[in-house]
Ligand binder design. Structure first.
Ligand code: ADP
Ligand code: MG
Length: 485
């Protein structure tokens, strides 16, 4: 019935909030800037930490982008995209979470004028995708590969990568100590480098340097039995029965972690009765020891034959400090695993970003029209990394960036920020290295997030599913509905 009726078609329920078009895009872009503000100051070795307190008063101190964003409890739908990429960066490569967030926000900031101007988002997206493609290709081209067959050289490389990852953390002062430990730990794993075979146990008290690595499984002593004080505290070549029955009052038969780790490491299988103890169901290890660690008794199973397992015993003061130490070690472990899997590295401290920026700027000059401006905007956005590293160190960013641009124009491709001397330095020679995969992943994810946010030009908020609004009213209506039908 096309009668030319002017009445608007009502598609959405009353109270539905929609906003669309350019204003919607701009508001999404602005929301992402707020997210970036939250993590901006944590980037790099001179970055600051954040102290976050949740609803229940639990305090967390962290320097890790993904952790901070997770705790922020972001509700803005577009801004949540940035939280998601930080999280996936963390899961995929374990480092570069602050960088990925900053890059995505800066991409959006640089392209905002074009959106305001009314340039079609698809044009912008096309330019950004091709810039990312070029940048990734360039990283692959210039990254440095270290020979795997030279074990000593490989190990040195790994220690340096681990140290770079720890530079920006609270434990930077002990990075030599911990980077050796992390590399040692990862080296103990088998070829697949399963992360879960490195246990980290926090034992409060003592100095950070008293932390150590146990080749095998370690856990807090969870079982005791009558007269155990009299028993020897060390057994060589013991056979281990893994029992899922309670022998004594304090047996923790449901402690899944102890169970899984021990089975995988020592072999044997879990028994539910003591009736059929044959040799093949028993596990083995070189040494069993009961040791005092701080105020706790610990059981160590060392030299487990079946699996390559190790446990890092962390010592230290405040709980929050140890939690952050654990997260930092996790970052470093991830980096080392990555570096073993792909032995290709680039120089950090903004060096790789400056080089890509120069490359893309040069490239943009060869193409006409809007694409030139957009790829130029992308190149400019990459400078956020060295700029922020300078800002966080209290340096004059404009000055340092000018020096860096000049140096890169002359072919100094690994020049980046020297955080110790308020200057620029060849960060390849200075051993500020990062696995290329971390940078590739960060660039791809950041650019995809920016494109995703750009391709959303309308948000429709269903009033019923909205979390905001009057809590009583919203809930009541939601609950009442089904009965009305
Ligand atoms: P992210 O979560 O992105 O990994 P970080 O706080 O770990 O954030 O900072 C990483 C940045 O700091 C990278 O760009 C890295 O190259 C840089 N960086 C690390 N160590 C140094 C150093 N010694 N000198 C200059 N830059 C460094
Ligand atoms: Mg890092």
């Amino acid at each position: 019935m096309l009668t030319g009726c002017p009445t608007p078609v009502i598609l959405l329920k009353e109270g539905t909030d929609t906003s669309q078009g350019v204003p919607q895009l701009i508001s999404n872009i602005n929301a992402c800037q707020v997210i970036a503000e939250a993590v901006r100051t944590t980037l790099g070795p001179r970055g600051m930490d954040k102290l976050m307190v949740d609803g229940r008063g639990k305090a967390t101190i962290s320097n890790d982008g993904a952790t901070i964003l997770k705790l922020l409890d972001v509700v803005h739908p577009a801004a949540k995209t940035l939280v998601d990429i930080a999280r996936s960066q963390d899961a995929e490569v374990g480092d570069g979470t602050t960088s990925v967030t900053l890059l995505a926000a800066e991409f959006l900031k640089q392209l905002k004028p074009y959106v305001e101007e009314g340039l079609h988002p698809q044009t912008i997206i096309r330019a950004f995708r091709s810039a990312t493609h070029l940048a990734v290709k360039k990283i692959r081209e210039i990254s440095v590969t270290v020979k795997k067959d030279d074990k000593k050289e490989q190990r040195e490389l790994l220690v340096k990568c681990a140290a770079t990852a720890m530079n920006s953390k609270l434990i930077a002062g002990q990075k030599e100590f911990f980077s050796e430990m992390v590399v040692e730990a990862v080296m103990m794993l088998d070829e697949l480098l399963p992360l879960k075979m490195i246990g980290i146990k926090k034992v409060q008290g003592g100095a950070l340097e008293e932390s150590h690595l146990v080749a095998g499984v370690a856990f807090k002593k969870t079982f005791s039995y009558a007269g155990f004080e009299m028993q020897p505290k060390r057994y060589d070549q013991p056979k281990i029965a893994l029992l899922n029955v309670e022998l004594e009052l304090k047996a923790e038969k449901d402690n899944a972690e102890v169970r899984v780790k021990s089975v995988e490491a020592c072999g044997g299988s879990i028994q539910t009765s003591v009736g059929s103890m044959t040799d093949d169901v028993l596990g083995r290890c070189e040494v069993f020891e009961e040791v005092q660690v701080g105020g706790e008794r610990y059981n160590f199973f060392k030299g487990c034959p079946r699996s390559h397992t190790c446990t890092i015993i962390l010592r230290g003061g405040a709980e929050q400090f140890m939690e952050e130490t654990e997260r930092s070690l996790h970052d470093a472990i991830m980096i080392v695993r990555r570096a073993i899997k792909n032995d290709s590295i680039v120089a950090g401290g903004g060096a790789i970003e400056m080089e890509l920026s120069k490359y893309l700027r040069d490239y943009s000059r060869t193409i006409p029209g809007k694409q030139q401006l957009l790829i130029g905007a992308y190149a400019k956005a990459l400078e956020i990394i060295p700029r922020q590293l300078c800002d966080n160190a209290g340096f004059d960013a404009t000055n340092i960036l000018n020096k860096l641009r000049a140096k890169h124009a002359q072919g100094g491709m690994w020049y980046g920020v020297d955080v110790n001397n308020e200057d620029i330095a060849d960060n390849y020679l200075a051993c500020v290295w990062e696995p290329s995969i971390v940078r590739i992943n960060a660039l791809t994810a950041a650019s995809e997030a920016a494109c995703l946010i750009l391709s959303v030009d309308e948000t429709i908020k269903n009033p019923r599913s909205s979390v905001e609004g009057p809590p009583g009213g919203g809930r009541g209506r939601g609950r009442g509905r089904p009965h009305a039908h």
